[in-house]
Design a protein around this ligand. Structure first.
Ligand code: DX5
Ligand code: ZN
Length: 231
């Protein structure tokens, strides 16, 4: 198992979401962002049911793995039944799988985290902007990563919802050094500063990287964002 998410990072980890990459040149796009300094790849999986969009499945993950044997692959499952997709994605080379508290919680979520770990990946739990943070707090000790969504999932290119920083501030002090806090959605350098100040250490971003003219500049700008406190 790769331990990328289990070790406190020396600097914020930048995770390009390949949802905004050119799908016709996917392997080259993934290689380009890794060469430009990205720490890992974020794969957004949508089932057309949990969210109103369809994106990519295990075959895309396997193709990325085939072309980039060393890449760390963070799979974000925006699906109604995440239990169906653990083994297919692990077999396809995923290193980490995050599923949503809105699709599974309580004992069922704890059991799925165990299954993900037994299969050799690390496990994450995600929470949507409208969902009360209390729903995720009792679960966080069972996960390697908590993902706070800063847009309503479904599409890249939406605007950052700053009120979710409140959730990050509630979760961050409860995490152990071997747990990560990831923010996802609408993040450019300005928003990254607010995320880092609130306690995030993994930044997922699609548009601000893939729609920029220069991947290396965009990734460096996210990582070096000045932490700014947003009320
Ligand atoms: C949204 C996805 C995000 C998205 C981020 O449902 O989970 O990872 O691709 O895209 P940007 O950075 O453009 O908001
Ligand atoms: Zn995502």
């Amino acid at each position: 198992m790769s331990d990328l998410f289990r070790q406190p990072p020396r600097r914020p980890l930048v995770a390009p979401s390949i949802l905004s990459a050119d799908f016709g040149r996917m392997a080259a796009e993934c290689k380009a962002v890794l060469d430009a300094g990205a720490d890992l790849l974020h794969l957004d999986v949508m089932d057309g049911h949990f969210v109103p969009n369809l994106t990519m499945g295990p075959d895309m993950c396997a193709a990325v793995r085939r072309h980039l044997p060393e890449a760390f692959i963070d799979v974000h499952l925006m699906v109604t039944d995440p239990g169906l997709f653990i083994e297919p994605f692990v077999r396809a080379g995923a290193n980490h799988l995050t599923f949503h508290v809105e699709s599974l919680e309580g004992a069922a979520a704890r059991e799925l985290a165990l299954r993900i770990r037994n299969d050799g990946a690390t496990a994450g739990i995600a929470i949507n902007p409208p969902t009360d943070v209390q729903r995720v707090l009792p679960l966080i000790e069972h996960f390697d990563l908590v993902l706070v969504m800063s847009v309503n999932p479904g599409y890249s290119g939406q605007s950052f919802i700053a009120s979710v920083l409140e959730k990050v501030r509630a979760i961050a002090p409860r995490l152990r050094p071997d747990q990560r806090l990831e923010m996802d959605g609408g993040i450019g350098p300005r928003e990254a500063g607010a995320c880092l100040a609130a306690g995030c250490d993994v930044i997922a971003a699609a548009s601000s990287i893939f729609r920029s003219g220069d991947y290396a500049d965009a990734i460096t700008a996210l990582r070096r964002a000045t932490p700014v406190r947003v009320p």
